[in-house]
Design a protein around this ligand. Structure first.
Ligand code: 13P
Ligand code: SF4
Length: 355
């Protein structure tokens, strides 16, 4: 549905009143009604890189989810305040790795006698304390657009390195197996609810990739059957998916990449081409609207929004902007200094990677 014109006018007026004091960042999964107000829209990597682009802005309003706002707070100056318009905009994947669980897993790796050769790599989609744990243990953050180069970096840090990949098992497996030549046998899954993650000591010692048992509830829905079904209906269908999808889905797709990669691919595609896209629905709908000359279908039989991304709606954005304009600083995301120190080390290692 079209945005409420009254709320659009209020958001515009509040943004104008704040002027250079406010910088609005928006992830590609945000609603149309929200993304229209973003000064910069992007994938997780671009938003992390651009968070510090306006040092003069007093307020960074982050239209995305909690872990992204935390990263923006870590990467900007202490005088800048990061605002998340709805504090309930979390991420179910990030919630699947808690610090105490990861510390227990590390103790398990010590018991198995391998901790000295383990380098942690955490996906951006994790809480700041998991990023800090990663920084403290010599590892780096990665996003879906640089997972391969981050893993190459991590493997080069120690002889016979093993990677503890947090918290998305699918991104870890898809990158290691489909981009780096590892086999499925090189990967084990670490289930934090089981002793030694559900593995034998021998399996841990033999593994190269230790994949945390976490996943995205949105991307986990896409299934290989639907790809078969759509291919039987549409001649010359090309399938493009996000690497948070299950391995079986990515295996059947033609292309895999971050949200930014998906957008660039569709923009460059010839008119008349047919695409099935396996990522969040706000983005797929926007691509279909912006490219009426291409045939774009959604890779799921049912609706598939990210419910937490969707919590940032126009009423919340208006409320946050009007509060700031009235001098009332609401919903500040602030990472504590010790966590920030180590998490920044892990984020800076990612930002220093080539490419
Ligand atoms: P990217 O925008 O980095 O591809 O990430 C997707 C995602 O799930 C963010 O939550
Ligand atoms: Fe988290 Fe998945 Fe939503 Fe991204 S799409 S914020 S990974 S639940």
């Amino acid at each position: 549905p079209a945005s409420d014109p009254d709320l659009v006018a209020r958001a515009r007026a509040a943004k104008e009143a704040l002027g250079a004091k406010v910088f609005i960042l928006g992830h590609h999964y945000q609603r149309d009604e929200v993304i229209q107000f973003a000064d910069v829209s992007g994938d997780s990597f671009k938003l992390a890189r651009d968070a510090a682009a306006r040092p003069e802005a007093e307020f960074i309003v982050f239209c995305g989810v909690h872990f992204m706002a935390e990263s923006a707070d870590i990467l900007t100056s202490p005088s800048q305040k990061v605002i998340l318009p709805d504090l309930a905009a979390g991420c179910s994947m990030a919630d699947m790795a808690r610090l105490a669980q990861v510390e227990d897993a590390w103790a398990g790796l010590e018991d198995a006698g391998v901790a000295d050769s383990v380098v942690p790599v955490t996906y951006m989609n994790s809480s700041a304390d998991i990023k800090a744990f990663t920084g403290l243990h010599g590892g780096a953050v990665c996003t879906s657009s640089n997972a391969e180069v981050a893993l190459e970096w991590a493997f080069s840090q120690k002889p016979d390195a093993k990677i503890l990949f947090l918290p998305d098992e699918h991104l870890g497996r898809n990158t290691a197996v489909l981009k780096m030549g590892f086999t499925l046998d090189d990967c084990i899954v670490w289930n934090p609810r089981l002793p030694l993650g559900g593995n034998t000591i021998e399996a841990i010692q033999a593994a190269r990739m230790i994949l945390w048992k976490g996943h995205c509830s949105v991307h986990g829905r896409f299934s290989p059957d639907v790809i078969d079904e759509l291919r039987s209906k549409h001649a010359d269908l090309q399938v493009i998916v996000h690497p948070e999808c299950q391995h079986e889905v990515v295996l059947k797709a033609d292309l895999v990449g971050s949200t930014e990669f998906i957008i660039q691919t569709i923009e460059a595609a010839p008119p008349g081409s047919t695409w099935a896209i396996g990522t969040e629905l706000n983005l797929v709908k926007r691509l279909a609207t912006n490219h009426p000359d291409k045939n774009i279908v959604f890779l799921d039989r049912n609706v598939c929004y990210c419910s937490t991304m969707n919590r940032i709606d126009l009423p919340h954005l208006v409320w946050a902007l009007e509060s700031l304009a009235a001098g009332n600083v609401v919903n500040v995301i602030e990472v504590d200094p010790d966590t920030e120190h180590w998490a920044k080390i892990a984020l800076d290692r990612m930002l220093a990677l080539p490419g």
